[in-house]
Write a protein that binds this ligand. Sequence first.
Ligand code: SF4
Ligand code: ZN
Length: 709
Amino acid sequence: MGALTDLIYAGSNAVAGLTEGAVNDAIKKYGADRKIAFPDTAYFFPTIFSATGVKVETLGTLPACVGVLKSLITNKEDLGDALNAGLATAVGAEIIEGLKYIEGNPYKEGPGIGFVPDPVIRSLGVPLVTGDIPGVAVVLGEAADPASVAKVVKDYQSKGLLTFLIGKVIDQAAATGVKMGLEFRVVPLGYDVTAAIHVVTVAIRAALIFGNVKEGDLPGLLAYTKERVPAFVNTFGPLNEVVVSVGAGAIALGFPVIVDQDLGDLQIPGALESVTDYDKTVKRSLELRNIKIKVKEIAIPVAFAAAFEGEIIRRPDMAVEFTSDKNVTAELVVMKDAAAIEDHKITIIGDEINASSPLNMALATYVEVSGAKMRVDFEPVLERRIHHWFNYIEGVMHTGQRNLFRIRVSKEALAKGLKLKDLGEVIYAMVMDEFGTVVDKCQVTLVTDEKRAKEILEKEALPKYEARDSRLASMTDESVDCFYSCILCQSFAPAHCCVITPERLGLCGAVSWLDASATKELTPTGPCQPISKEGLKDAKKGAYDSVNKAVESATHGSVGNVTLYSIMEDPMTSCGCFECICGILPEANGVVVVNREYQGVTPTGMTFGELASMTGGGVQTPGFMGHGRHFIASKKFVSAEGGIGRIVWMPKELKTDVSKKLNKTAKDLYGIDNFADMICDESIATESDAVLAFLQEKKHPAFAMPAIM
Ligand code: SF4
Ligand code: ZN
């Protein structure tokens, strides 16, 4: 054991020395008052902030942090102490990487991305809780043979894991054709071993964002990363003492380390293990974190994995495109009698795709299902999944839905032999995999014949879409007899529970009332449970005894009172993965709403990330509330405070997106025409005074409402 602790201490001491030198040099050069920050985060230097509560904002704060770092290195021959020295290395790495940002983004030129901004972490919440991203792999070093890196990384990719690359493995993976970028779930961080801190702070910020772990609570932090962040490390190539001490830091956070060198009796079973056969690296890594892979194996000529969901196929790379701009398109899932369906029948009507296909073709994707427990209400739930399933196919890109979509098939996929028939196989396999509890039989027809596609569109699809829309429009919170809880995010935010109503979808934007009801049917004891509407206490606020009781039990007593429609009184909690955040702007007597994609500052003086850091982790913060995009135009949106008439500012993109529905709601509620034009956005103003001037000029209704606080 002595040899291992010696190595760790050697590494930690080396990093401590480097850090101290770098801090002193920087202060000499720039002065102690020089500001320093990572981009787009509300958590300062996240490792230091979470472990000690210290907010690093200037260079002058750093010498004290170096002191703390050194105090973590006891040089005692004790494994626990040595792992703590690994944490010291993490602190040192954070400072060294942070100093690189002093004159702007050092990772601008790539290929590494460096620090991962807060909004990206929030966007990972739902895929992580649903198991869509089953785990996080950190691959570090330089392999003797690039093919071994490619093999391991591609395997993780095909299993949907999120993989971070550090060191020469970045070039090795790139040279062997691994597709990289956040959209492919293979993310290069940087060449220096200190870049490993950028994945460490992802885990640490997950604890702060989702877990409500308080800054300074080091034991709470370590318990969270160990229990709730399914990450592990693979190192390639010979180890030096710095890599070993980085590994010790990983182990202290609960992340096992697999090395490709034979460590003999230096191994710590379960935490530090040697696997020298690359065929076994992935299997052992997943075992150590108990990561279960749910990806289906489907026999098609290209890869099929959630990791390909974000793949973009550009015009020059596409072989065939099915787009509503140019041809007839439709996507429809319908429920039929069992007798009308031949299970697993896949039919192509019209031309298959091949090397001589025209660039643009019509496509109607027509899926018929039957099942004793199937309900017409579930049709759109299944139908919306087609978008994801098609995107999981390597070389296929899908955007939109219904009769407004664009599907591109890449030249590469066509050359590998991908056919429409394979798309049918994917739909069949995934319907049975994800909806097997309600679907007994499924048949898929893909129609490229323009005339037949038009028939399907006009005779079946359009009337169906219309019927569904009017059903949705008629579905109000008053018209149903139950709401649903959703506690899917509790694996990251143990004290959080969403209450889902027809008019208020889950804050992640991914779970509507119909989705929740389908989830209940698919997994009766699963994350979504019905809440019967009983004990109405206040209709305007949306306060019910039954909701309070359900939330109290779902959050194990953490939250006792929740309103559905108020931002000021017992607002719904947030896990952290909300699409938008709403916060009050007292001087305008209203609220601003900002979406995750918006990077600028809002009139509150805060960015999305900073506003978002005010709520999350399942706590209630009156005045701040996370919510889904589609809730904004609802008549129930902050209705306790007067409704959408309180919205005074939104980013332009968001405003444009919701304006049609927003205008309709405003007309219905207040008789105001073109309400969206009264809402300020960043193209008009972000400074409080200018925003107020704009609102006054527009005679914004918020001014006539009672004081919001
Ligand atoms: Fe998480 Fe709420 Fe979405 Fe459920 S509805 S997945 S709890 S954010
Ligand atoms: Zn969530």
